[in-house]
Design a protein around this ligand. Sequence first.
Ligand code: C5P
Length: 227
Amino acid sequence: MIIAIDGPSGVGKSTVAKLIAARLGYRYLDSGALYRAVAWKVLTTGTDPAASDAIRGLCATTKLTVTSTAGGGMVVEVDERPLTDELRTPKVSSAASQVAALPDVRAWLLPVQQNFGRQAGVRGIVAEGRDMGTRVFPQAPVKFFLEGSSAERARRRHAEFVGAGQAADLEDTQRELEARDGRDRTRESAPLATAPDAVIIDTSRLTTDEVVERMLRIIERKTAALR
Ligand code: C5P
């Protein structure tokens, strides 16, 4: 069972995906963390995030592993180094959306995502990102597209930064988020788009619990129809 959740930055995808994965006993796939891991390697090696040839070479010599952790988490390791907070900086966010526009990077990460959860004992996965329902798991029987105004999404993202003790300005956060959305929606390779069979939910005026409950009801209905 694959549940695909797509949508722009800061719309609450990872929060609800983790909660749904925990409720259903499924694995959680944070596909954005993979693009962030590539961006982290690009930045730490001083590579230009737009230099496609250099980045193709970098991918070929990088060991990337993804593992699920107890309680619905996911850990990415680059060359055997686990990365967590390093992946959440504004610099890495911005570079991630630049490297994500490169077809070679997307092709390199495609099997990593599609093979995630293909192990004995895995009942299902909740995969979130930009192209889960359109490109990576087009066969997923349940797809969601979460939406929300950029002002509300920036407000939430800013509160996360502040909560994590990082210095951040609300206007800068909104500008950065809109720039990233623009790149994600307009790139040629697997742009952020709504799958025709996705259920669209506007999260702007809903609490996390309301979004999760609404999604769980839809999952229950759609999976019952498959039985
Ligand atoms: O979801 P998150 O904000 O962590 O993603 C970081 C960046 O990775 C996005 O802005 C987007 O450019 C890219 N991404 C993508 N496709 C995905 C997930 C993320 O292009 N499935």
